[in-house]
Design a protein around this ligand. Structure first.
Ligand SMILES: [Zn+2]
Length: 70
């Protein structure tokens, strides 16, 4: 991929196009990486809750079965 516009550069992490500040010549924060970073904990939390609920369900299921088995 070649840069046709000098105001754009490629993100070093994900390769997505990022804006370059014409005054300072510095690369702006990559929006794709920022959204990925903010999205990752949400997904981890979702899976953690899902596993926690599944584990609680299994424990409840076996404890109820034990109670009624006597
Ligand atoms: Zn990036």
């Amino acid at each position: 991929m070649t840069n046709t516009n000098e105001n754009w550069d490629k993100c070093t992490v994900c390769g997505a196009p990022v804006m370059v500040n014409p005054q300072t010549g510095e690369r702006e924060d990559c929006g794709q990486c920022a959204s990925r970073q903010s999205a990752a904990p949400g997904w981890l939390g979702f899976w953690f809750i899902l596993l926690f609920l599944a584990g609680t369900g299994v424990v409840l299921y076996f404890s109820i079965r034990m109670l009624f088995a006597e």
